[in-house]
Ligand binder design. Sequence first.
Ligand SMILES: [Zn+2]
Length: 242
Amino acid sequence: MKVTASSSNLFQLTHFGAINCYLVREDDGFTLIDTADSGQAQPIMQEASKLGLPIVRILLTHAHIDHVGSLDALHAALPQAQVAISERDARFLSGDMSLDPSEPQVSLRGGYPICQTKPTVLLHEGDRICSLEVIATPGHTPGHVAFLDTRDRSVIAGDAFQTLGGVAVSGTVKLLFPLPALSNWHKGLSLESARKLLALQPSLLAVGHGRMLSHPQAAMERAIRVMERSLAQEERKQPHVA
Ligand SMILES: [Zn+2]
């Protein structure tokens, strides 16, 4: 895996040039955010050990296969490590693909594998896990979350944004890398979540697909405008129901 350091606290691990997970340094070891696709448990643990710390907890931004692919193998190798995901997306890990009546009744997209690993912590908006604050960012998936590092306002945004092929809100198709858009659940919610992340005034945007971006706010704003225009266009095309 390719390792890119953003600071002494945040390391991006990249597989295939396209799939990222992150090591966040805490006092007791590394928090791993996301687990890449399958077959990456050993490479991830090797990179952590080269950086000199054990992985003590695993946080998941959402339940898509390129984020939970190595979860079971990592859990088997690191049974003491906490495993945390939003309460909403935890249901997908166990194979429950139902939508709640309160949610938009829009088909789920992307791969949601069933995992043997049972989360030990279910995350909600505002929870704190060491330095990281949980930010609920539904849209890409119903229970997608991002993490704000309260030490330096880095945001680990999962697939709420992408930077590969251009900076985009999840749901905007980037021809060079359309995967996040094609697996997006609900564009309107993705847009709201993107605005919420921008309002945090992040110092750095770290995403599931693409390089990390420092001083990301202008680029995030532009991506939000693109999504706003695309949604407005779609609305004009929809026949209005009286
Ligand atoms: Zn995804």
